[in-house]
Design a protein. Structure first.
Ligand code: AGP
Length: 603
């Protein structure tokens, strides 16, 4: 939530910062702003709305500067408005800051500063940082930042500039991500790697309360006792192209289409060599008597699917918990519990809190993460990486699919280690997983029928998703995908639950999307389909074991044959495309749905 970027070097900072903000816009898009330093002082531009509004403003009110900071906002305190946009300046216009996070004690700090005659102009928590920094400033920005950091409670990633020390940018963070990019033409601070990829793949990952002093040709790190720190410069393997749309209208469609390759890469890393395989091979599953999977949103849905794979294969209880609930529930876990954290960003605040709670209780933690160097990746005992590359669309697709295959592989390998499946069975299951990229590629060549059907669905006020067993788990992801990008109300139900309440919502021309990849339960889901059709519903039936015949109430999308346990990797492709085309037909801003942000770094 919120993206920040800073640049200092020998080029005009304005276009560099605007380009960086474009790559960070997925983190928040209520408003955007930029502040640069030049010989006249700070030049600031801020605009409510999308980044394009800021660009248009700068076009008509040009500014230049050799160093600057920019911000794209997801509002927490104070409505989206020009005045609440970042950067924020102290009242003497000496210090400018951009902030991602929440300052929990901002009211107390604000009151103290107001008592000393300082006037605030915005309703944000962030302005207190700029005002406090200016209040403390004694000619030494490092000293000032340390005092500010010691006064703040909450979470923050900060970019700070002082007019009196124009040769440097300061970066510091706690519980929100920040990287430092290093290049020939200058140096960067940023919330995320895609913001700097066009300039460099050399980055430092900042840890909590480490302070980076960034000049045009150097970067130095200190702790809050002002002691110098040695950090390792890391090489990012993501390419600059991977953060571009590549000719697609939306990142979401591009990311859906990338899935065969991503599945292949992720499967290879876990089965054929590489760090994922080493970690999976080294895990001693026999020491655990329970697995807890905890995550948010789609990553939680991946955990729900995984439960239906782990339990029958490993015969080990698997609990799946929303991270936002797990963190407060006093979970019954100990050193014999394996807690699996699933997160694309590795920065989701609730998942981080759940991870820390699990560690506090002595559980062993394993994360499945996409972003290298992220907080969850760094703090868990073991990390498996999904090799999905940068995922820009707010609605996750390729990272979710990569999470699924890693979870399947873990389940199969654990089952073998526990002696629950024979070596030939293990081989057969892994071969079934290895066949998924080819099947997904086949499905992605047949998008026409999904697109055509979706074009008839834009008028629905509500759409239900049903399935049984593992099909129910993936129905949850289908429902989430639809609601987040198409704004159509949607719920997912286990088919058997319909008659316990939900069926009262079914009326003439309600749409029900039913999933059927569990052949042994086909008759069950089919009778749910008949029940809703006989009450007037239309049904989109998606599966690979459907025996019904299409008619005016029933449309069918056939999936390739697959082992039931791994079939969600196929049904989810249709569900993603269905949501995408419904939203596209509604003309919505698919990559940046309203009120959402890609990386939910606040509670
Ligand atoms: C998925 O489409 C959503 N954007 C959202 O539910 C997401 O999965 C959730 O916020 C978790 O994010 P994470 O994977 O980065 O932790």
């Amino acid at each position: 939530m919120c993206g920040i970027i800073g640049y200092i070097g020998n080029e005009n900072a304005v276009p560099i910062i605007l380009e960086g903000l474009k790559k960070l816009e997925y983190r928040g898009y209520d408003s955007a702003g930029i502040a640069v330093m030049n010989k006249d002082g700070f030049a600031v531009a801020k605009q409510k709305g999308r980044l394009s509004a800021l660009e248009a403003f700068i076009e008509s009110h040009p500014l230049t500067g050799f160093a600057g900071i920019g911000h794209t906002r997801w509002a927490t305190h104070g409505e989206p408005s020009d005045i609440n946009s970042h950067p924020h300046l102290g009242s003497r216009n000496k210090i400018a800051i951009v902030h991602n996070g929440i300052i929990e004690n901002y009211r107390q700090l604000k009151e103290r500063l107001e008592q000393r005659g300082i006037t605030f102009v915005s309703q944000t928590d962030s302005e207190v940082i700029a005002q406090l920094a200016e209040y403390y400033y004694n000619g030494d920005i490092m000293d000032t930042v340390i005092r500010v950091v010691n006064a703040l409670e909450g979470s923050y990633a900060l970019g700070i500039m002082s007019l009196d020390e124009p040769d440097k940018l300061i970066a510091v963070k706690k519980d929100n991500p920040l990287i430092i990019g290093v290049s020939e033409k200058g140096n960067f601070i940023a919330s995320d790697v895609p913001a700097v990829l066009a300039h460099t793949n050399q980055v430092f990952y900042l840890n909590d309360k480490e302070i980076a002093v960034v000049t045009g040709d150097s970067v130095q790190f200190y702790n809050t006792d002002r002691e110098p720190l040695q950090k390792t410069l890391e090489t990012v393997t993501w390419s600059a192209d991977s953060a571009e749309k590549g000719g697609y209208e939306h990142f979401m469609l591009k990311e859906i289409m990338e899935q065969p390759q991503i599945l292949q890469d992720t499967i290879n890393s876990a089965l054929s060599g590489g760090d994922n395989k080493l970690i999976i091979d080294s895990l001693d599953i026999n020491r655990f008597n329970k697995i807890v999977i905890t995550a948010c949103g789609s990553a939680y849905n991946a955990g729900m699917v995984a439960k239906y794979v782990f339990e029958p294969l490993c015969r080990l209880p698997v609990e799946v918990e929303l991270a936002s609930e797990f963190r407060y529930k006093d979970a019954i876990i100990d050193q014999n519990t394996l807690v699996i954290l699933v997160s694309q960003s590795g920065e989701t605040a609730d998942t981080i809190a759940a991870m820390r709670e699990a560690k506090r209780k002595g559980a062993v933690t394993l994360s499945i993460v996409n972003v290298v160097g992220s907080t969850i990746a760094r703090e868990t005992d073991y990390t498996l990486y999904t090799l999905a590359g940068p995922e820009i669309a707010v609605a996750t697709t390729k990272a979710f699919s990569a999470q699924l295959v890693l979870l399947y592989i873990l389940a199969v390998r654990f089952a073998a280690k526990r002696g629950r499946i024979s070596p030939p069975k293990e081989k057969q299951l892994l071969a079934a997983i290895a066949s998924l990229p080819g099947k997904v590629a086949t499905l992605l060549k047949q998008t026409d029928s999904i697109q055509k059907y979706a074009s008839t669905c834009v008028g629905y006020k509500s759409i239900f998703f049903i399935g049984r067993n593992i099909d129910y788990a993936i129905a949850m992801e289908g429902s989430l995908k639809l609601k987040e990008i198409s704004y159509i109300h949607s719920e997912a139900y286990a088919g058997g639950e319909l008659k316990h309440g939900t069926i009262s919502l079914v009326e003439e021309d309600t749409l029900v999307v039913a999933i059927s990849c569990c052949e042994r339960l086909y008759d069950k889901i089919n009778s749910n389909v008949e029940q809703v059709i006989s009450r007037g519903a239309k049904v989109l039936f998606i599966g690979n074991c459907i025996k019904a015949t299409p008619n005016e109430k029933l449309a069918i999308i056939e999936l390739p044959e697959a082992n039931e346990l791994f079939s969600p990797s196929l049904s989810v492709i249709v569900l993603q495309l269905f949501s995408y085309y419904v939203a596209a037909n509604k003309g919505l801003d698919i990559d940046k749905p309203r009120n959402l942000a890609k990386s939910v770094t606040v509670e």
